[in-house]
Design a protein around this ligand. Structure first.
Ligand code: CTP
Ligand code: MG
Length: 237
């Protein structure tokens, strides 16, 4: 890699961690729950910071969140905190605004969910390698494997949808700082709720690249997902 990114110490990654975990339930948001001796968030930060391609992290937090971050999880990489917004997109935008000035408008930045702790280095390798070749950027994604049914109002099946070209969007997602900021601002101004970065970019006419990632880079949404991560961790050791 002879890109200027390496010279300036690698890519920055924005980690939105300001959600409340309403589908998960409970008093403590899922990203702060402990598993294997530290929080889900600490596992996520470790997976990112341990990668040689990562130069720094912007951690987006809710107003009252003061998480304990073990030094070891950061691998000596700089961490900047930013206050979150009411939606994931608003939190990512706040994260973009908090990037240091050393990240130039044309530089790629990553966005990765705090609630997605089971990221493996080979996925990040693939995304960086292929995504940085793309003029727009790229996302990790997984092809849909199940047969898809369209439900009627009464819960009966109204039909079967072709799944051949359908993918599930994962994170990290890789875009250029200025373009991503403009795309998220445009969606916000139009009152469109975008659920990932790629959707904001698509709305600008861009066609980000799909990079196939592992099925096990799942997001913790419900307690069953949390149990799955507990199991994955126990398999690692
Ligand atoms: N997130 C955020 N700011 C928000 C909403 C979400 O930073 N206003 C973050 C979450 O903390 C999480 C990631 O975006 O790391 C993915 O969001 P999701 O899984 O939907 O988490 P929550 O919004 O917390 O959960 P729920 O939708 O069930 O309330
Ligand atoms: Mg949410």
């Amino acid at each position: 890699m002879s890109t200027p990114d390496r010279v300036r110490g690698g890519l920055w990654v924005i980690v939105p961690a300001a959600g409340r975990g309403s589908r998960f339930g409970g008093a403590v948001p899922k990203q702060f729950l402990e598993v294997g001796g530290r929080s889900v968030l600490a596992h996520t930060l470790d997976a990112l910071a341990s990668h040689s391609g990562i130069g720094g992290i912007v951690l987006v937090l809710g107003a009252d969140d003061v998480p304990v971050l073990p030094e070891a999880a950061l691998h000596g990489k700089p961490l900047v905190r930013a206050p979150g917004g009411d939606t994931r997109a608003a939190s990512v935008l706040a994260g973009l605004h908090a990037l240091p000035e050393s990240v130039r408008p044309d530089d790629f930045v990553l966005v990765h969910d705090a609630a997605r702790p089971n990221l493996h280095a080979d996925d990040l390798d693939a995304l960086l390698e292929r995504g940085r070749m793309d003029p727009v950027g790229a996302i990790l994604a997984a092809p849909v494997r199940d047969t898809l049914k369209r439900a009627g109002d009464d819960g009966g099946i109204d039909g079967t949808e072709p799944r051949e070209r359908l993918w599930r969007a994962l994170t990290p997602q890789l875009f250029r700082r200025l373009q991503l900021g403009r795309a998220l601002e445009a969606a916000d101004a139009e009152g469109i709720a975008v659920t990932d970065e790629a959707m904001a970019m698509e709305r600008q006419g861009a066609r980000p690249l799909l990079v196939e990632g592992r099925e096990d880079n799942f997001k913790i949404t419900t307690p069953a997902d949390f149990a799955r991560f507990e199991f994955e961790l126990s398999r690692r050791s």
